[in-house]
Design a protein around this ligand. Structure first.
Ligand code: P5A
Length: 529
Protein backbone atom coordinates (compact mmCIF):
# COMPACT_ATOMS: atom_id res chain seq x y z
CA UNK A 1 0.00 0.00 0.00
CA UNK A 2 3.01 2.26 -0.21
CA UNK A 3 1.48 4.26 -3.06
CA UNK A 4 -1.20 5.57 -0.70
CA UNK A 5 1.25 6.93 1.82
CA UNK A 6 0.60 10.62 1.79
CA UNK A 7 3.60 12.83 1.39
CA UNK A 8 2.04 15.96 2.80
CA UNK A 9 0.92 15.44 6.37
CA UNK A 10 -2.08 17.71 6.30
CA UNK A 11 -5.07 18.17 4.04
CA UNK A 12 -5.57 21.46 2.23
CA UNK A 13 -6.16 23.98 5.02
CA UNK A 14 -5.38 21.84 7.97
CA UNK A 15 -1.81 22.84 8.58
CA UNK A 16 -2.84 24.30 11.89
CA UNK A 17 -3.10 21.90 14.82
CA UNK A 18 -6.41 21.40 16.63
CA UNK A 19 -6.44 24.52 18.70
CA UNK A 20 -8.84 23.69 21.45
CA UNK A 21 -8.01 21.04 24.00
CA UNK A 22 -10.67 19.39 26.14
CA UNK A 23 -8.89 20.07 29.44
CA UNK A 24 -7.17 23.41 29.39
CA UNK A 25 -5.09 24.30 32.43
CA UNK A 26 -3.82 27.52 33.91
CA UNK A 27 -1.45 27.95 30.96
CA UNK A 28 -4.39 28.42 28.67
CA UNK A 29 -5.75 30.98 31.09
CA UNK A 30 -2.88 33.33 30.38
CA UNK A 31 -3.31 32.66 26.63
CA UNK A 32 -7.00 33.39 27.01
CA UNK A 33 -6.27 36.80 28.47
CA UNK A 34 -3.93 37.61 25.58
CA UNK A 35 -6.42 36.43 22.96
CA UNK A 36 -9.48 37.88 24.58
CA UNK A 37 -10.36 40.11 21.63
CA UNK A 38 -9.87 37.45 18.95
CA UNK A 39 -10.86 34.09 20.35
CA UNK A 40 -9.32 31.04 18.74
CA UNK A 41 -12.40 29.63 17.07
CA UNK A 42 -13.25 32.90 15.40
CA UNK A 43 -9.71 33.52 14.24
CA UNK A 44 -9.00 30.05 12.93
CA UNK A 45 -12.13 29.10 11.03
CA UNK A 46 -12.61 30.21 7.41
CA UNK A 47 -15.97 31.86 6.68
CA UNK A 48 -18.85 29.52 5.86
CA UNK A 49 -18.91 31.13 2.41
CA UNK A 50 -15.50 29.55 1.75
CA UNK A 51 -17.29 26.27 2.04
CA UNK A 52 -14.60 23.67 1.19
CA UNK A 53 -12.04 25.34 3.45
CA UNK A 54 -14.63 25.83 6.19
CA UNK A 55 -15.66 22.18 5.97
CA UNK A 56 -12.13 20.77 6.17
CA UNK A 57 -11.14 23.04 9.02
CA UNK A 58 -14.29 22.71 11.12
CA UNK A 59 -13.83 18.93 11.25
CA UNK A 60 -10.55 19.41 13.06
CA UNK A 61 -11.36 22.53 15.08
CA UNK A 62 -14.66 21.13 16.36
CA UNK A 63 -12.94 17.83 17.08
CA UNK A 64 -15.07 15.68 14.79
CA UNK A 65 -12.41 13.84 12.83
CA UNK A 66 -8.71 14.30 12.17
CA UNK A 67 -7.55 13.53 8.65
CA UNK A 68 -3.87 14.12 9.26
CA UNK A 69 -3.38 10.37 9.56
CA UNK A 70 -0.58 9.22 7.32
CA UNK A 71 -2.76 7.37 4.82
CA UNK A 72 -4.87 9.03 2.14
CA UNK A 73 -8.61 8.61 2.60
CA UNK A 74 -8.33 7.49 6.24
CA UNK A 75 -8.99 9.55 9.36
CA UNK A 76 -9.37 9.37 13.12
CA UNK A 77 -12.75 9.90 14.77
CA UNK A 78 -12.21 12.18 17.76
CA UNK A 79 -14.28 11.71 20.95
CA UNK A 80 -16.75 14.51 20.18
CA UNK A 81 -17.25 13.42 16.56
CA UNK A 82 -17.47 9.82 17.66
CA UNK A 83 -20.42 10.71 19.89
CA UNK A 84 -22.25 12.54 17.09
CA UNK A 85 -21.69 9.48 14.91
CA UNK A 86 -22.92 7.20 17.69
CA UNK A 87 -26.14 9.16 18.26
CA UNK A 88 -26.78 9.47 14.54
CA UNK A 89 -26.33 5.79 13.78
CA UNK A 90 -28.39 4.80 16.82
CA UNK A 91 -31.31 6.47 15.03
CA UNK A 92 -30.96 4.19 12.01
CA UNK A 93 -30.48 1.19 14.32
CA UNK A 94 -33.74 2.05 16.10
CA UNK A 95 -35.56 2.52 12.80
CA UNK A 96 -34.36 -0.80 11.37
CA UNK A 97 -34.91 -2.69 14.61
CA UNK A 98 -38.52 -1.53 14.78
CA UNK A 99 -39.88 -2.35 11.32
CA UNK A 100 -42.87 -4.77 11.40
CA UNK A 101 -40.49 -7.63 10.65
CA UNK A 102 -37.40 -6.28 12.41
CA UNK A 103 -34.02 -6.11 10.74
CA UNK A 104 -31.52 -8.20 12.73
CA UNK A 105 -28.08 -6.70 13.30
CA UNK A 106 -25.15 -8.95 12.35
CA UNK A 107 -21.42 -8.67 11.88
CA UNK A 108 -19.60 -10.40 9.03
CA UNK A 109 -15.86 -10.94 8.50
CA UNK A 110 -13.93 -8.18 6.79
CA UNK A 111 -12.11 -10.55 4.42
CA UNK A 112 -13.72 -12.22 1.41
CA UNK A 113 -11.95 -15.12 -0.36
CA UNK A 114 -11.24 -14.27 -4.01
CA UNK A 115 -13.30 -17.07 -5.64
CA UNK A 116 -16.34 -16.03 -3.59
CA UNK A 117 -15.84 -12.36 -4.48
CA UNK A 118 -15.37 -13.17 -8.18
CA UNK A 119 -18.55 -15.23 -8.42
CA UNK A 120 -20.88 -12.32 -9.16
CA UNK A 121 -19.62 -10.90 -12.45
CA UNK A 122 -21.38 -7.54 -12.26
CA UNK A 123 -20.03 -6.87 -8.77
CA UNK A 124 -16.55 -7.74 -9.95
CA UNK A 125 -16.87 -5.37 -12.91
CA UNK A 126 -18.32 -2.59 -10.76
CA UNK A 127 -15.65 -2.78 -8.09
CA UNK A 128 -12.54 -4.11 -9.86
CA UNK A 129 -10.64 -0.81 -9.62
CA UNK A 130 -11.60 -0.26 -6.00
CA UNK A 131 -10.73 -3.46 -4.18
CA UNK A 132 -7.83 -3.77 -1.76
CA UNK A 133 -6.36 -7.27 -1.82
CA UNK A 134 -4.55 -9.08 0.99
CA UNK A 135 -1.98 -11.33 -0.67
CA UNK A 136 0.35 -12.44 2.14
CA UNK A 137 -0.11 -14.04 5.53
CA UNK A 138 2.96 -12.92 7.43
CA UNK A 139 5.94 -13.81 5.28
CA UNK A 140 4.12 -16.40 3.14
CA UNK A 141 2.01 -15.68 0.06
CA UNK A 142 -1.59 -16.79 0.58
CA UNK A 143 -2.97 -19.62 -1.58
CA UNK A 144 -6.19 -17.66 -1.99
CA UNK A 145 -6.17 -13.87 -2.17
CA UNK A 146 -8.52 -12.09 0.21
CA UNK A 147 -10.54 -8.97 -0.63
CA UNK A 148 -11.12 -6.30 1.98
CA UNK A 149 -14.89 -5.91 1.59
CA UNK A 150 -15.87 -2.88 -0.50
CA UNK A 151 -19.50 -3.91 0.28
CA UNK A 152 -20.71 -7.25 1.64
CA UNK A 153 -23.04 -8.91 -0.88
CA UNK A 154 -20.46 -11.56 -1.75
CA UNK A 155 -19.62 -12.12 1.94
CA UNK A 156 -23.23 -12.42 3.07
CA UNK A 157 -25.06 -14.24 0.33
CA UNK A 158 -23.27 -17.62 0.57
CA UNK A 159 -24.29 -17.63 4.26
CA UNK A 160 -27.87 -16.68 3.38
CA UNK A 161 -28.00 -19.69 1.05
CA UNK A 162 -27.22 -21.88 4.10
CA UNK A 163 -29.72 -20.16 6.40
CA UNK A 164 -32.71 -19.88 4.06
CA UNK A 165 -34.46 -23.21 3.52
CA UNK A 166 -38.20 -22.67 3.44
CA UNK A 167 -40.81 -19.95 2.87
CA UNK A 168 -41.06 -19.83 6.67
CA UNK A 169 -37.56 -18.35 6.81
CA UNK A 170 -38.76 -15.38 4.75
CA UNK A 171 -38.73 -12.46 4.79
CA UNK A 172 -35.26 -12.26 6.27
CA UNK A 173 -34.04 -8.75 7.03
CA UNK A 174 -30.49 -8.11 8.21
CA UNK A 175 -28.00 -5.27 8.53
CA UNK A 176 -24.54 -4.53 9.75
CA UNK A 177 -22.67 -1.34 10.59
CA UNK A 178 -19.02 -1.90 9.78
CA UNK A 179 -16.02 -0.55 7.94
CA UNK A 180 -15.54 -1.06 4.18
CA UNK A 181 -12.56 -0.34 2.00
CA UNK A 182 -12.76 1.28 -1.41
CA UNK A 183 -9.68 2.35 -3.26
CA UNK A 184 -11.33 5.55 -4.46
CA UNK A 185 -9.63 6.91 -7.56
CA UNK A 186 -11.17 10.36 -7.49
CA UNK A 187 -10.01 12.94 -4.99
CA UNK A 188 -10.65 11.73 -1.50
CA UNK A 189 -12.43 14.12 0.87
CA UNK A 190 -12.97 13.87 4.62
CA UNK A 191 -16.25 12.03 5.38
CA UNK A 192 -17.39 12.49 1.78
CA UNK A 193 -15.15 10.20 -0.23
CA UNK A 194 -12.93 8.08 1.97
CA UNK A 195 -10.98 4.90 1.32
CA UNK A 196 -11.81 3.35 4.64
CA UNK A 197 -15.54 3.90 5.08
CA UNK A 198 -15.66 3.53 8.85
CA UNK A 199 -19.42 3.66 9.25
CA UNK A 200 -21.08 1.73 6.45
CA UNK A 201 -24.61 0.70 7.37
CA UNK A 202 -25.69 -1.94 4.88
CA UNK A 203 -29.05 -3.70 5.05
CA UNK A 204 -29.77 -6.87 3.07
CA UNK A 205 -33.23 -8.40 2.78
CA UNK A 206 -34.60 -11.62 1.27
CA UNK A 207 -38.17 -12.17 0.10
CA UNK A 208 -40.42 -14.82 -1.39
CA UNK A 209 -41.93 -12.68 -4.16
CA UNK A 210 -41.08 -9.73 -6.39
CA UNK A 211 -44.02 -7.80 -4.89
CA UNK A 212 -42.68 -8.20 -1.35
CA UNK A 213 -39.32 -7.07 -2.61
CA UNK A 214 -40.92 -3.90 -4.05
CA UNK A 215 -42.72 -3.34 -0.75
CA UNK A 216 -39.35 -3.57 0.97
CA UNK A 217 -37.95 -0.84 -1.26
CA UNK A 218 -40.72 1.44 0.02
CA UNK A 219 -40.01 0.48 3.64
CA UNK A 220 -36.31 1.19 3.14
CA UNK A 221 -37.09 4.61 1.62
CA UNK A 222 -39.30 5.42 4.63
CA UNK A 223 -36.53 4.35 7.07
CA UNK A 224 -34.01 6.58 5.33
CA UNK A 225 -36.44 9.49 5.23
CA UNK A 226 -36.93 9.06 8.98
CA UNK A 227 -33.18 8.98 9.48
CA UNK A 228 -32.41 12.12 7.46
CA UNK A 229 -35.41 13.94 8.95
CA UNK A 230 -34.01 13.26 12.43
CA UNK A 231 -30.62 14.64 11.37
CA UNK A 232 -32.37 17.67 9.88
CA UNK A 233 -30.78 16.90 6.51
CA UNK A 234 -32.94 17.76 3.48
CA UNK A 235 -32.73 15.28 0.60
CA UNK A 236 -33.82 14.56 -2.94
CA UNK A 237 -34.96 11.09 -3.94
CA UNK A 238 -34.25 10.03 -7.53
CA UNK A 239 -34.12 6.78 -9.45
CA UNK A 240 -30.64 6.61 -10.92
CA UNK A 241 -30.25 6.16 -14.68
CA UNK A 242 -29.60 2.62 -15.95
CA UNK A 243 -25.93 3.48 -16.51
CA UNK A 244 -25.50 4.51 -12.89
CA UNK A 245 -27.30 1.57 -11.28
CA UNK A 246 -25.54 -0.46 -8.56
CA UNK A 247 -23.66 -3.42 -10.15
CA UNK A 248 -26.09 -6.37 -10.38
CA UNK A 249 -29.21 -4.39 -9.36
CA UNK A 250 -32.46 -4.05 -11.33
CA UNK A 251 -32.69 -0.42 -10.28
CA UNK A 252 -31.22 1.99 -7.75
CA UNK A 253 -33.02 4.74 -5.87
CA UNK A 254 -30.71 7.33 -4.36
CA UNK A 255 -30.89 10.04 -1.72
CA UNK A 256 -28.89 13.16 -2.52
CA UNK A 257 -28.50 16.33 -0.53
CA UNK A 258 -27.41 19.64 -1.98
CA UNK A 259 -24.49 21.27 -0.20
CA UNK A 260 -24.78 24.96 0.65
CA UNK A 261 -22.67 27.62 -1.09
CA UNK A 262 -21.36 25.46 -3.97
CA UNK A 263 -24.72 23.70 -4.39
CA UNK A 264 -23.19 20.41 -5.45
CA UNK A 265 -25.18 17.22 -4.94
CA UNK A 266 -23.87 14.50 -2.65
CA UNK A 267 -25.27 10.96 -2.74
CA UNK A 268 -26.02 10.19 0.90
CA UNK A 269 -27.76 6.84 0.58
CA UNK A 270 -28.93 4.25 -1.92
CA UNK A 271 -31.65 1.60 -2.04
CA UNK A 272 -31.27 -1.19 -4.60
CA UNK A 273 -33.73 -3.74 -5.95
CA UNK A 274 -31.49 -6.74 -6.69
CA UNK A 275 -34.24 -8.99 -8.08
CA UNK A 276 -32.97 -12.57 -8.33
CA UNK A 277 -29.54 -11.87 -9.86
CA UNK A 278 -27.51 -12.55 -6.70
CA UNK A 279 -29.87 -15.35 -5.59
CA UNK A 280 -29.05 -17.21 -8.81
CA UNK A 281 -25.31 -16.63 -8.46
CA UNK A 282 -25.19 -17.70 -4.81
CA UNK A 283 -27.96 -20.27 -5.02
CA UNK A 284 -30.26 -18.73 -2.42
CA UNK A 285 -33.42 -20.83 -2.76
CA UNK A 286 -36.42 -21.61 -0.59
CA UNK A 287 -39.08 -24.27 -0.60
CA UNK A 288 -42.52 -22.83 -1.42
CA UNK A 289 -45.79 -23.91 0.27
CA UNK A 290 -46.28 -26.26 -2.69
CA UNK A 291 -42.91 -27.89 -2.13
CA UNK A 292 -41.19 -26.38 -5.19
CA UNK A 293 -37.79 -24.62 -5.06
CA UNK A 294 -37.67 -20.89 -5.89
CA UNK A 295 -34.94 -18.27 -5.87
CA UNK A 296 -35.44 -15.46 -3.33
CA UNK A 297 -35.88 -11.80 -4.32
CA UNK A 298 -33.50 -9.35 -2.69
CA UNK A 299 -32.93 -5.73 -1.77
CA UNK A 300 -29.97 -3.98 -0.18
CA UNK A 301 -29.51 -0.41 0.98
CA UNK A 302 -26.66 1.58 2.37
CA UNK A 303 -25.62 4.80 4.07
CA UNK A 304 -22.29 5.91 5.46
CA UNK A 305 -20.51 8.71 7.31
CA UNK A 306 -21.49 10.89 4.37
CA UNK A 307 -24.67 11.39 6.41
CA UNK A 308 -22.52 13.17 9.02
CA UNK A 309 -20.93 15.29 6.27
CA UNK A 310 -24.46 16.24 5.16
CA UNK A 311 -25.46 17.05 8.75
CA UNK A 312 -22.45 19.32 9.20
CA UNK A 313 -22.94 21.04 5.84
CA UNK A 314 -26.68 21.55 6.26
CA UNK A 315 -26.39 23.53 9.49
CA UNK A 316 -23.06 25.34 9.64
CA UNK A 317 -22.27 29.03 9.84
CA UNK A 318 -19.27 31.33 10.36
CA UNK A 319 -19.07 30.33 14.03
CA UNK A 320 -18.92 26.60 13.32
CA UNK A 321 -21.34 23.71 13.66
CA UNK A 322 -25.00 23.66 14.67
CA UNK A 323 -25.75 20.15 15.83
CA UNK A 324 -29.44 19.20 16.04
CA UNK A 325 -30.33 18.29 19.65
CA UNK A 326 -31.22 14.66 18.79
CA UNK A 327 -27.64 13.88 17.82
CA UNK A 328 -25.82 16.48 19.92
CA UNK A 329 -23.44 14.85 22.42
CA UNK A 330 -24.24 17.78 24.70
CA UNK A 331 -27.64 19.49 24.40
CA UNK A 332 -26.93 22.27 26.87
CA UNK A 333 -23.74 23.58 28.42
CA UNK A 334 -23.71 25.51 31.68
CA UNK A 335 -21.21 28.36 31.79
CA UNK A 336 -20.72 29.95 35.21
CA UNK A 337 -20.05 33.69 35.12
CA UNK A 338 -17.76 34.21 38.05
CA UNK A 339 -17.13 37.47 39.89
CA UNK A 340 -14.76 37.95 42.77
CA UNK A 341 -16.12 36.86 46.15
CA UNK A 342 -19.28 35.51 44.55
CA UNK A 343 -17.74 32.41 42.95
CA UNK A 344 -19.13 29.88 45.37
CA UNK A 345 -22.77 30.95 45.30
CA UNK A 346 -22.72 30.84 41.50
CA UNK A 347 -20.96 27.47 41.40
CA UNK A 348 -23.45 26.04 43.89
CA UNK A 349 -26.37 27.00 41.65
CA UNK A 350 -24.52 25.69 38.57
CA UNK A 351 -23.86 22.37 40.27
CA UNK A 352 -27.42 21.94 41.41
CA UNK A 353 -28.71 22.97 37.95
CA UNK A 354 -26.36 20.40 36.39
CA UNK A 355 -27.73 17.70 38.69
CA UNK A 356 -31.37 18.64 38.04
CA UNK A 357 -30.94 18.62 34.25
CA UNK A 358 -28.97 15.38 34.27
CA UNK A 359 -31.60 13.69 36.42
CA UNK A 360 -34.24 14.88 33.94
CA UNK A 361 -32.37 12.92 31.25
CA UNK A 362 -30.85 15.88 29.42
CA UNK A 363 -27.37 15.68 27.89
CA UNK A 364 -25.76 18.46 29.88
CA UNK A 365 -22.24 19.65 30.62
CA UNK A 366 -20.92 22.04 33.27
CA UNK A 367 -17.88 23.93 32.05
CA UNK A 368 -15.79 24.89 35.07
CA UNK A 369 -12.48 25.31 33.23
CA UNK A 370 -10.44 28.27 34.32
CA UNK A 371 -10.69 30.19 31.07
CA UNK A 372 -12.80 33.24 30.34
CA UNK A 373 -16.56 32.84 29.68
CA UNK A 374 -15.97 34.34 26.22
CA UNK A 375 -13.57 31.58 25.28
CA UNK A 376 -16.03 29.01 26.54
CA UNK A 377 -18.79 30.53 24.38
CA UNK A 378 -16.62 30.24 21.27
CA UNK A 379 -15.52 26.73 22.20
CA UNK A 380 -19.10 25.45 22.49
CA UNK A 381 -20.47 27.50 19.60
CA UNK A 382 -17.81 26.02 17.33
CA UNK A 383 -18.96 22.55 18.37
CA UNK A 384 -22.60 23.44 17.75
CA UNK A 385 -24.03 22.79 21.23
CA UNK A 386 -27.71 23.78 20.81
CA UNK A 387 -28.14 25.69 24.10
CA UNK A 388 -25.89 27.65 26.44
CA UNK A 389 -26.95 28.26 30.01
CA UNK A 390 -25.28 31.28 31.58
CA UNK A 391 -25.47 31.67 35.33
CA UNK A 392 -23.96 34.73 37.04
CA UNK A 393 -24.39 36.41 40.46
CA UNK A 394 -27.28 38.56 39.26
CA UNK A 395 -29.11 35.49 37.91
CA UNK A 396 -28.56 33.76 41.25
CA UNK A 397 -30.05 36.76 43.08
CA UNK A 398 -33.09 36.79 40.80
CA UNK A 399 -33.48 32.99 40.80
CA UNK A 400 -33.03 32.95 37.01
CA UNK A 401 -30.86 31.32 34.38
CA UNK A 402 -30.05 32.78 30.98
CA UNK A 403 -30.57 30.51 27.94
CA UNK A 404 -28.81 31.32 24.66
CA UNK A 405 -29.75 29.47 21.46
CA UNK A 406 -26.90 28.44 19.16
CA UNK A 407 -29.08 28.57 16.03
CA UNK A 408 -30.55 32.08 16.43
CA UNK A 409 -28.40 33.62 19.19
CA UNK A 410 -31.63 34.54 21.06
CA UNK A 411 -31.41 35.00 24.83
CA UNK A 412 -34.12 34.11 27.28
CA UNK A 413 -34.21 34.51 31.08
CA UNK A 414 -36.04 31.68 32.79
CA UNK A 415 -36.84 30.96 36.47
CA UNK A 416 -34.56 28.23 37.79
CA UNK A 417 -37.49 26.08 38.87
CA UNK A 418 -38.83 26.03 35.30
CA UNK A 419 -35.48 25.09 33.76
CA UNK A 420 -36.27 21.48 32.83
CA UNK A 421 -39.55 22.15 31.03
CA UNK A 422 -38.28 25.32 29.34
CA UNK A 423 -35.05 23.69 28.13
CA UNK A 424 -36.87 20.57 26.94
CA UNK A 425 -39.29 22.59 24.85
CA UNK A 426 -36.56 24.92 23.54
CA UNK A 427 -34.53 21.91 22.38
CA UNK A 428 -37.55 20.60 20.48
CA UNK A 429 -38.00 24.02 18.95
CA UNK A 430 -34.34 24.15 17.89
CA UNK A 431 -34.54 20.66 16.36
CA UNK A 432 -37.57 21.72 14.31
CA UNK A 433 -36.23 25.10 13.36
CA UNK A 434 -32.89 23.71 12.12
CA UNK A 435 -34.82 21.26 9.97
CA UNK A 436 -37.22 23.94 8.67
CA UNK A 437 -34.53 26.40 7.69
CA UNK A 438 -32.35 23.75 6.02
CA UNK A 439 -35.40 22.53 4.07
CA UNK A 440 -36.38 26.04 3.05
CA UNK A 441 -32.87 26.65 1.68
CA UNK A 442 -32.81 23.32 -0.11
CA UNK A 443 -36.06 23.98 -1.95
CA UNK A 444 -34.61 27.14 -3.43
CA UNK A 445 -31.79 25.21 -5.07
CA UNK A 446 -33.90 23.31 -7.62
CA UNK A 447 -34.81 24.88 -10.95
CA UNK A 448 -37.37 23.33 -13.31
CA UNK A 449 -37.00 24.48 -16.90
CA UNK A 450 -37.62 23.25 -20.44
CA UNK A 451 -34.57 25.13 -21.66
CA UNK A 452 -31.32 23.16 -21.47
CA UNK A 453 -29.15 26.27 -21.78
CA UNK A 454 -30.93 27.93 -18.88
CA UNK A 455 -30.44 24.77 -16.80
CA UNK A 456 -26.73 24.63 -17.60
CA UNK A 457 -26.24 28.32 -16.82
CA UNK A 458 -28.02 27.89 -13.50
CA UNK A 459 -25.85 24.93 -12.57
CA UNK A 460 -22.65 26.52 -13.86
CA UNK A 461 -23.30 29.61 -11.73
CA UNK A 462 -23.39 27.28 -8.71
CA UNK A 463 -27.07 27.98 -8.01
CA UNK A 464 -28.26 24.40 -7.59
CA UNK A 465 -29.60 21.43 -9.55
CA UNK A 466 -32.06 21.54 -12.44
CA UNK A 467 -34.94 19.44 -13.78
CA UNK A 468 -35.15 19.21 -17.57
CA UNK A 469 -37.47 17.20 -19.85
CA UNK A 470 -35.51 14.13 -20.88
CA UNK A 471 -35.95 10.92 -22.84
CA UNK A 472 -33.78 8.72 -20.60
CA UNK A 473 -31.28 7.54 -23.21
CA UNK A 474 -27.59 7.37 -22.44
CA UNK A 475 -26.77 8.70 -25.93
CA UNK A 476 -28.57 11.96 -25.15
CA UNK A 477 -27.18 12.14 -21.59
CA UNK A 478 -23.50 11.75 -22.51
CA UNK A 479 -23.10 14.99 -24.50
CA UNK A 480 -25.02 16.93 -21.85
CA UNK A 481 -22.81 15.57 -19.06
CA UNK A 482 -19.79 16.76 -20.99
CA UNK A 483 -20.96 20.34 -21.03
CA UNK A 484 -19.87 21.01 -17.42
CA UNK A 485 -17.26 19.53 -15.13
CA UNK A 486 -18.74 16.97 -12.69
CA UNK A 487 -22.17 17.32 -14.25
CA UNK A 488 -24.22 14.21 -13.67
CA UNK A 489 -27.71 12.87 -14.39
CA UNK A 490 -29.05 12.27 -10.89
CA UNK A 491 -32.09 10.58 -12.43
CA UNK A 492 -35.90 10.58 -12.22
CA UNK A 493 -37.39 12.64 -9.36
CA UNK A 494 -39.48 10.85 -6.74
CA UNK A 495 -42.92 11.70 -8.17
CA UNK A 496 -42.12 9.81 -11.39
CA UNK A 497 -40.62 6.65 -9.82
CA UNK A 498 -42.97 3.68 -10.52
CA UNK A 499 -41.82 1.73 -7.43
CA UNK A 500 -42.74 4.63 -5.12
CA UNK A 501 -46.06 5.77 -6.57
CA UNK A 502 -49.37 4.02 -7.14
CA UNK A 503 -50.02 6.44 -9.97
CA UNK A 504 -46.93 7.99 -11.45
CA UNK A 505 -47.05 11.65 -12.44
CA UNK A 506 -47.13 12.22 -16.21
CA UNK A 507 -46.16 15.53 -17.83
CA UNK A 508 -47.81 16.80 -21.00
CA UNK A 509 -46.31 18.62 -23.99
CA UNK A 510 -42.70 18.46 -22.96
CA UNK A 511 -39.83 17.44 -25.24
CA UNK A 512 -36.42 15.94 -24.49
CA UNK A 513 -34.00 18.82 -23.96
CA UNK A 514 -31.51 17.07 -26.24
CA UNK A 515 -33.32 15.05 -28.98
CA UNK A 516 -36.67 16.87 -28.84
CA UNK A 517 -38.66 13.64 -28.57
CA UNK A 518 -42.03 13.93 -26.78
CA UNK A 519 -41.42 12.78 -23.16
CA UNK A 520 -43.44 12.29 -19.98
CA UNK A 521 -40.95 13.20 -17.27
CA UNK A 522 -38.41 15.68 -16.07
CA UNK A 523 -34.97 14.35 -15.08
CA UNK A 524 -32.70 15.95 -12.54
CA UNK A 525 -29.15 17.01 -13.40
CA UNK A 526 -26.53 18.72 -11.28
CA UNK A 527 -22.92 18.98 -10.34
CA UNK A 528 -22.03 16.30 -7.88
CA UNK A 529 -19.22 15.31 -5.55
C1 P5A B 1 -25.99 -0.95 -0.55
C2 P5A B 1 -25.50 -1.47 0.74
C3 P5A B 1 -23.91 -0.31 -1.80
O1 P5A B 1 -22.74 -0.54 -1.56
N1 P5A B 1 -24.37 -2.54 -0.99
C4 P5A B 1 -24.71 -2.68 0.40
C5 P5A B 1 -24.97 -1.38 -1.56
N2 P5A B 1 -24.36 0.83 -2.30
S1 P5A B 1 -23.42 2.13 -2.59
O2 P5A B 1 -24.25 3.10 -3.22
O3 P5A B 1 -22.26 1.74 -3.29
O4 P5A B 1 -22.97 2.65 -1.20
C6 P5A B 1 -23.93 3.06 -0.24
C7 P5A B 1 -23.66 4.47 0.22
O5 P5A B 1 -22.38 4.53 0.85
C8 P5A B 1 -21.83 5.83 0.67
N3 P5A B 1 -20.47 5.70 0.11
C9 P5A B 1 -19.37 6.30 0.62
N4 P5A B 1 -19.21 7.11 1.68
C10 P5A B 1 -17.98 7.58 1.95
N5 P5A B 1 -16.88 7.28 1.21
C11 P5A B 1 -17.00 6.46 0.13
N6 P5A B 1 -15.91 6.15 -0.57
C12 P5A B 1 -18.29 5.94 -0.21
N7 P5A B 1 -18.76 5.13 -1.18
C13 P5A B 1 -20.09 5.01 -0.97
C14 P5A B 1 -22.76 6.60 -0.27
O6 P5A B 1 -23.61 7.45 0.49
C15 P5A B 1 -23.56 5.49 -0.91
O7 P5A B 1 -24.83 5.92 -1.32
Amino acid sequence: MSSEQVKKKSNSKSKSKPKTKPNSNSKSKSKATKQKKKPVAEKGLPLFGEFSEWFNQVLIDAEIIDYRYNLKGCGVWLPYGFKVRQYAFQIIRDLLDSTSVPHGEMLFPLLIPEPQFMKEKETVKGFEDEVYWVKDGGTKPLDIKLALRPTSETAMYPMASIWIRSHQDLPLKTYQIANMFRYEGKNTRPLIRVREITTFKEAHTYHATADECEEQIREAIECYKGFFDALGVPYLVTQRPKWDTFPGANYTIAFDCIFPINHKALQIGTVHNLGQVFAKTFDIKYETVDGTQEYVHQTCYGISERAIAALIASHGDDKGLKIPPRVAPIEAVIVPILFKNKEQIVLDVCNSMFKTLKEAGLKVRLDTRSISPGRKYFHWELRGIPLRIEIGPRDVEKGNICLVRRDTGEKDFVPQNEAVSKITSLLQEIQQSLWDSAKENHQQWILRTNDLEEALEYIDAGNGVADIPFCGSEECAAPIEQRLENLKFLGIPEEYIPALNKSVKVEKDIYCAYCSKLVKQYWRIGRSY
